[in-house]
Ligand binder design. Structure first.
Ligand code: A2P
Length: 274
């Protein structure tokens, strides 16, 4: 496995297993620099969202990186306020304009807004058929949301990006997604930084001469989920990609998975108010 390693989505598109997430990265210099550092470090996948308000900085970094567009995998997401058929199409155009791109690799529904996500999905299917996006998916969908969406969908979601880390391992939802050929992608893989002091993971990290962050990201790869750590520090961006020269034993993977407490750092998708 290496930084260019991919997983095949249901439609055959290859999605990198490790990407760079930019939630909470400020637009302007912070976004431009961190995305450039990530691309320099060899990341080929960048995960942003309209709601992060940094699509312009991400687009500028991509342009200035000198890397060919087709060699990158860019994800963005539709914000809740824009859900609905026409408003989704308009919001997508606005994201492309800000990113200064003419397509994105993956477009995701950010949250399952009840009563709206099915109309939104019809617009996603249109964008996909019109070849303006290479793949479509969702975020923060529980199994019941996925079932509801798939009842009427022509095209099933290819990705479900969910909060996932050693204290929220999401085993039942991962199983459902695997059975339905939906790739699971982990947001806040480091538990928003809260897991970095975990003593059990620290012991495993010491045994490998790696950091806690590296061990958690390696665990993501070994349990088969796509992962998108965020950092605005160049040395951490480089460190988070340096996870291909060691392997966790089965026991270590099981030990980390055993830390699960079903504990979220963000809202439950059944109960969010934005
Ligand atoms: P920073 O951006 O200041 O480097 P998650 O991806 O789970 O949301 O976690 C991101 C948090 O973890 C951020 O606060 C980020 O801070 C921090 N972080 C990311 N990578 C590392 C690392 N290798 N070592 C320590 N902290 C990290």
């Amino acid at each position: 496995m290496n930084l260019k390693d991919t997983v095949k989505l249901a439609n055959g598109v290859e999605m990198p297993r490790l990407g760079f997430g930019v939630w909470k990265v400020k637009d302007g210099d912070e976004a431009v620099n961190s995305v450039k550092w990530a691309i320099e470090a060899g990341y080929i996948s960048i995960d942003t969202a309209a709601a992060y308000k940094n699509e312009e900085g991400v687009g500028q970094a991509i342009k200035e990186s000198g890397v060919k567009r087709e060699d990158l995998f860019v994800t963005t997401k539709l914000w809740n306020a824009e859900q609905g058929y026409e408003s989704t199409l308009a919001a997508f155009d606005e994201s492309l304009r800000k990113l200064e791109l003419d397509y994105v690799d993956l477009y995701l529904i950010h949250w399952p807004v009840e009563g709206k996500f099915k109309d939104t999905w019809r617009a996603f299917e249109k964008l996909y058929k019109d070849k303006r996006v290479r793949a479509i998916g969702v975020c923060n969908f529980h199994e019941h949301h996925l079932k509801e969406l798939m009842e009427d969908a022509e095209i099933a979601p290819m990705v479900n990006q969910i909060e996932l880390h050693p204290q929220l391992t999401q085993e039942p939802l991962r199983k459902f997604c695997a059975e339905n050929n939906i790739v699971v992608e982990a947001w806040s893989p480091l538990g928003n930084g809260k897991l970095l002091a975990n003593p059990e993971i620290k012991a495993i990290a010491d045994a490998h001469g790696k950091s806690v962050a590296q061990v958690i990201l390696r665990w993501d790869l070994q349990i088969g989920v796509v992962t998108i750590p965020k950092s605005v520090h160049q040395e951490r961006i480089i460190q988070n990609a340096d996870i291909f020269d060691f392997e966790l034993t089965e026991e270590e993977v099981a030990k980390i998975s055993g830390l699960n407490k079903d504990e979220r750092t963000g809202p439950d998708p059944d109960n969010f108010n934005f």
